[in-house]
Design a protein around this ligand. Sequence first.
Ligand code: CA
Length: 361
Amino acid sequence: MQRRDFLTGAGVAAMLPLAAQAAPSESQPLPAVRWRLASSFPKSLDTIYGASETLAKRVAALTSGRFQIRVFAGGELVPGLQVLDAVGNGTAECGHSAGYYYVGKNMALAFDCAVPFGLTARQQNAWMYAGGGLEALRALYAKYNVVQFPGGNTGTQMGGWFRKPIKSLADLKGLKMRIPGIGGRIMAKLGAVPQTLPGSDIYPALERGAIDAAEWVGPYDDEKLGFHKIARHYYYPGWWEGGPQLSFYVNQASWRALPEQYRQAFEVATAEANQLMLAQYDARNPPALLRLAGQGVQLHAFPKDVMLAARRATFELYEAEAKTNPDFAAIYRPWKAFRDTEFQWFKVAEAAYENFNYFVK
Ligand code: CA
């Protein structure tokens, strides 16, 4: 028995080297590929800009250095708010941006990032990876010659920096605020004057008084950009960004031309970058908030009348847009059903756990 077992085992083992020897002669050598990545973000933001570095490093490592992606910060290759066009027309093979920067092209693109009173980071991931979101948005991005991948999330954002306190809805009248996407449109409905500026342009605009308020992300990034030196009132929550997701864009022809192994490497690296960014924000925001509070920053919740008016205006806008924009309607209807069901679930165990632990002494 022992001898027979030994022979059987030896027979299996003997086959392995043959299979291994056969592999190299059957495969083609993988080509050297060099891509440029146009980021919308400044290099100073290691979290949000860093996602592109994470992607480039991992893709290179997974392809033995044959697939190289060179990252360009916002403004280096193209302006930060023109990344979708740049990738679509092949100026860059890929990019890293935020879908809601492009609501001027199509409001439905905001579902790829954040819409007011929308999903949290976890819910956005659920929708994208397991709820039909990725497929729905890929069909939309195909119109812009782009394939997109989730590329990071900041978690629920802060509501931004205000020179003067916002005590009620009336204080928003005429307020010039940097706030992009649909959030800006809702602010306009509430009487404010929204502006879309890339990250690097916000501080100078606030400093010279061109704007009265600005939102960016949250304590860690906002501290780096220095807004607390100019505006002392820091509001929450960013109701327009419950869980904004960034995106990697790839030019469709460039994607099709990529060897399958490189596509796999790229896709898995986007998933890593997507997860890592949220982890970094969740680890770095808490101490940054404590530092800001220690420097005298005044923390405030938005007044309830602002929150209620904003939510009412938001869903009026969605319903109106769905009537005239078929792309928006096709995504909004199932998204809304998904969101409402998620909220029903999250208000049970998650909310009870969080409320007790955060607020009950
Ligand atoms: Ca923001």
